[in-house]
Design a binder for this molecule. Structure first.
Ligand code: SF4
Length: 124
């Protein structure tokens, strides 16, 4: 299989896996991707080596097969909403070795404390 085709299949597989947090039978994934079991096995091994899935032996339709359990999750940016950095005038020069640093930044500190307090209110 060509490297570019494998990379494209990998990307498609990851999209499908993100929709199946509980896991998906590898045969179902191959079917959705329109690839052979040989190509699919190579892809699954690659995904496992990268730490994207865990392959688990399961009994399905009276046959042993492998289920691919995703070890990745969709990124949820919502905890970052309201962070002061995107609108901060110091942003272009802010970083660990820059003239301005997040360490000791009162804006980020206030935001973290406020977010924590608001999160605690939602829980209680
Ligand atoms: S860490 Fe502070 S100074 Fe740096 S970009 Fe964010 S708000 Fe601005």
């Amino acid at each position: 299989m060509q490297t570019s085709k494998l990379a494209r299949l990998e990307e498609q597989a990851i999209r499908i896996l993100l929709e199946h947090e509980e896991g998906i039978l590898q045969s179902e994934l191959w079917h959705m991707l329109g690839i052979s079991s040989r190509e699919g096995s190579r892809l699954a091994i690659k995904l496992e080596k990268k730490g994207i899935v865990r392959r688990e032996k399961v009994l399905a339709n009276e046959r042993w097969t492998l289920k691919l359990i995703p070890l990745i999750k969709r990124f949820d940016p919502s905890p970052l909403f309201g962070a002061p950095c995107p609108l901060c005038p110091f942003n272009p020069n802010c970083g660990p070795d820059q003239s301005v640093s997040p360490v000791g930044c009162t804006l980020i500190e206030d935001w973290v404390i406020r977010s924590y307090r608001e999160g605690r209110k939602e829980v209680s």
